[in-house]
Ligand binder design. Structure first.
Ligand SMILES: Nc1ncnc2c1ncn2[C@@H]1O[C@H](C[S@+](CC[C@H]([NH3+])C(=O)[O-])CC(=O)[O-])[C@@H](O)[C@H]1O
Ligand SMILES: O=C(O)C(=O)Cc1ccccc1
Length: 246
């Protein structure tokens, strides 16, 4: 169902900006697992954290869901009555495959929390009251000037006791820390079979479309957006995840 990622394996005359098209969707599970240190741990524990905070009878959002890995994890863990998950992505290729994965999960496990996927730009969504919102490696693709307003709208939609789970690739204010963690990330990618050429071409493809913030910027922006408490629950190299409470 999904292929090995060789998208950047041969020399490209010109490396275009990274887009979430059919080619990416086809290799996405392999790409993200081999590229993001800690990704399986983060996804599995999004299910655990969501199940801990989800309120019966409420809505849960998975924003920038790609193939729905976080949604599937939450469905494995949630036991609350009457919850419903809305997974959203603006990439048609991702949404189509996500729907297929979710119906495969439906047919394998009975009595799962209902989950639907819709194609939409999360910047255009009117958020309904909800108890859990997941942004798993999505905010990094939102234009920086739009990030605070999006978090404010999420904060407004969260019910008392609700949470946002925010996972991101980080950059670091200290140049030496940045350089060291970036280099171990490349070592992680080499250990997972990516060549230096693949690493270099992917780096050029994402540099203009994935604009990274420091952990401190994330935490202070969450506070500015009205969250009462925000803290990191996981970090592996330059990737990590934060929980923010309404
Ligand atoms: N404005 C937007 N509106 C909707 N979707 C968007 C927008 N911008 C980007 N996306 C979508 O955000 C996703 C980011 S991938 C998320 C992984 C997933 N969460 C996972 O748990 O596997 C992370 C990565 O590839 O590093 C892509 O599917 C985009 O189409
Ligand atoms: O591959 C990388 O270097 C990354 O930073 C992670 C990533 C994973 C999937 C799509 C874009 C970036």
């Amino acid at each position: 169902m999904s292929d090995v990622d060789r998208l950047f394996a041969t020399p490209l005359a010109q490396v275009s900006d990274f887009v979430f098209d059919e080619n990416v969707a086809r290799v996405f599970p392999d790409m993200i697992k081999r590229s993001v240190p800690g990704y399986p741990t983060i996804v599995e524990n999004i299910g655990v954290i969501a199940a801990h905070y989800a309120q019966p009878g409420t809505l849960i959002y998975d924003l920038g869901c790609s193939l729905g890995a976080a949604t599937q994890s939450m469905r494995r863990h949630l036991r609350q009555e009457g919850c419903r998950i809305l997974a959203v992505d603006n990439a048609a290729a991702m949404v189509q495959r996500c729907a297929e994965y979710l119906s495969a999960q439906d047919s394998m496990i009975e009595e799962l929390v209902p989950a639907t996927v819709m194609q939409a730009d999360i910047l255009d969504l009117d958020f309904e009251p909800c108890s859990v919102v997941v942004l798993n490696f999505t905010l990094q693709f939102i234009a920086p000037p739009q990030r605070l307003a999006l978090l404010q709208r999420i904060r407004q939609a969260l019910l008392p006791g609700g949470i946002l789970i925010l996972s991101e690739k980080f950059r670091f204010a200290d140049d030496r820390e940045q350089e060291r963690l970036e280099q171990v990330h490349y070592a992680f990618k080499r250990a997972n079979g990516y060549s230096d050429l693949e690493i270099a071409q992917k780096r050029s493809a994402i540099e203009n479309v994935m604009l990274l913030d420091t952990p401190q910027t994330h935490l202070s922006r969450l506070e500015q957006a009205g969250f009462s408490q925000a803290y990191s629950w996981f970090q592996c190299f330059n990737f990590g995840s934060i929980v923010a409470h309404a």
